[in-house]
Design a protein around this ligand. Structure first.
Ligand SMILES: Cc1cc2nc3c(=O)[nH]c(=O)nc-3n(C[C@H](O)[C@H](O)[C@H](O)COP(=O)(O)OP(=O)(O)OC[C@H]3O[C@@H](n4cnc5c(N)ncnc54)[C@H](O)[C@@H]3O)c2cc1C
Ligand code: SF4
Ligand code: SF4
Length: 429
């Protein structure tokens, strides 16, 4: 009985090392791992032991007999992957955890940002004996965008909070919450090293006339997730426009037709052709299977016989049934935001009570070398890579930055910044 990875999978690879027959790919170190939308189980090799189910922090893995009809495309997606990347080597990836790198002296590290990147960084550091980590966040609540960004209806993805709780319960971990840190001088204690994992979550403006005051998708998600820092008084919304064609645009559209907002028609507008759309196939599978909502494509579907092309062709053939609808449109660049909606490049005006921008995040790239800003200061997550990738991507990313930090310790590049003193036991502030 093969198992299947279903959405939402955040590709953090916890399942990969749990599998006794190495049938989950791409695995860390294989091409595509750091950028994959999800991992795939090879149905031909899976022995149905269920070990991966327990390992997955977001409940993404199910036996194939338990799949809902709308999840069947995940079986085909996995088959498509193994058609292109057959895996002959079935050696288990790691039956024992990788050996710990000894750290010569006890090391105190401050991680700034308690989002996914900060917590994976702390977890990587705490694998090494003698390391203590204080994780700072300007908020009183940790987990960053995993708490306030991930869509409320992505219940399984939000389950990653359980993994973060396990990380925070380790000896040597301390939260320092409600403390804003802008430079090393702001840290109330001396540390051997600092890792900046402060994210990049400010919505990017649309950059067209009239875009001042357009609501950003992340702000809307924060409101929907009960962020006390966001006070929104939404108008009554019947028709809405979402500008952007990535996963966050789809999250936003689902939110707008949901009970909290209650829109009856949401148009999702992609600037370029459907073949360039940033939305991922797993998210598209989830959208196509949405209950109680007409999901329609008002553009020519792409050519091809893959799962993605077939899904889009199906959406293009669907007819409205009178239920609330999400209409996807591509090649529809917005040239102006109007008081009554938006204007498209072809002059068409689309009426909307609410316009939401989902075109990414502001980010000033920082120069770093494998996560090193300078010896003693490192960067991880969206603050390092820019606002791209999934929750799981932050894990691979943290591993690189921590490896660089430990290289610097071993090479003696960190000057001890504090006298040795025994560390207090773990606690939360
Ligand atoms: C709307 C939205 C929905 C998403 N949905 C998904 C999804 O369904 N699945 C998925 O895999 N990925 C999703 N992502 C992507 C995912 O959230 C990111 O990949 C991930 O959160 C990046 O982690 P990070 O730790 O780098 O940043 P963040 O999550 O932004 O964490 C940064 C933390 O740093 C803190 N901080 C910032 N500045 C300071 C300071 N000066 N001092 C102290 N603390 C500070 C912040 O308060 C925050 O807690 C979504 C992203 C967005 C925006
Ligand atoms: S069920 Fe067992 S064999 Fe199959 S993918 Fe999961 S861990 Fe591997
Ligand atoms: S979320 Fe992580 S553990 Fe779960 S299926 Fe995806 S890669 Fe595996």
């Amino acid at each position: 009985m093969p198992y299947v990875v279903t959405q939402p999978c955040c590709a953090d690879a916890s399942c990969v090392t749990a599998c006794p027959v190495n049938c989950i790919h791409p695995a860390p170190g294989e091409p595509g791992f750091a950028t994959t939308e999800m991992v795939f189980i090879d149905a031909a090799t899976c022995v149905g032991c269920g070990a991966c189910v327990t390992a997955c922090p977001v409940g993404a893995i199910v036996p194939d007999h338990a799949l809902r009809p709308d999840q069947r495309p995940f079986v085909e997606l996995a088959a498509e992957y193994y058609d292109v990347f057959p895996h002959a080597d079935r050696t288990p990836v790691a039956l024992v955890p990788p050996p710990r790198r000894p750290v010569a002296r006890d090391l105190r590290v401050a991680v700034v940002g308690a989002g996914p990147a900060g917590l994976h960084t702390a977890d990587e550091l705490l694998r090494h004996p003698g390391v203590g980590v204080d994780v700072y966040d300007r908020r009183r609540e940790p987990h960053g965008l995993a708490r306030y960004g991930v869509a409320p209806d992505h219940v399984d993805t939000r389950g990653i909070a359980r993994l973060f709780e396990v990380i925070a319960a380790q000896p040597g971990f301390r939260y320092r919450l409600g403390v804003e840190v802008r430079s090393r001088a702001d840290l109330p204690e001396a540390y051997d090293a600092v890792v900046w994992a402060t994210g990049a979550s400010a919505d990017r403006a649309l950059g067209v006339p009239g875009d001042e005051g357009v609501l950003g998708a992340t702000t809307l998600a924060r409101w929907a997730n009960g962020d006390p820092e966001v006070a929104l008084a939404l108008p009554a919304v019947e028709r809405a426009v979402v500008v952007g064609a990535g996963n966050v645009a789809l999250d936003t559209a689902r939110l707008l037709v949901g009970p909290r907002v209650g829109a009856t028609e949401v148009s999702v507008l992609g600037r370029r052709g459907v073949e360039h759309a940033a939305l991922t196939t797993p998210e598209l599978v989830g959208l196509a299977g949405l209950e109680g909502v007409d999901v329609l494509l008002r553009s020519a579907p792409p050519e091809g016989r893959g799962v993605r092309e077939r899904l889009l062709t199906d959406l293009a053939a669907r007819r409205p049934t009178g239920r609330p609808r999400i209409v996807l449109r591509f090649d529809a660049p917005v040239t102006a935001v109007l008081p009554s909606g938006v204007r498209l490049a072809d002059g068409e005006e689309l009426a909307a009570d609410l316009v939401v921008g989902a075109v990414g995040h502001e980010h000033q790239p920082v120069a770093h070398e494998r996560g090193r800003l300078r010896p003693g200061e490192y960067v991880a997550g969206w603050a390092k890579r820019g606002p791209r990738g999934f929750l799981g991507t932050t894990r691979a990313d943290a591993q690189e930055s921590v490896a660089t930090l430990l290289d610097d310790v071993e090479a003696g590049r960190l000057s001890p910044s504090r006298p040795h003193r025994p560390r207090a036991s773990a606690s939360s502030s």
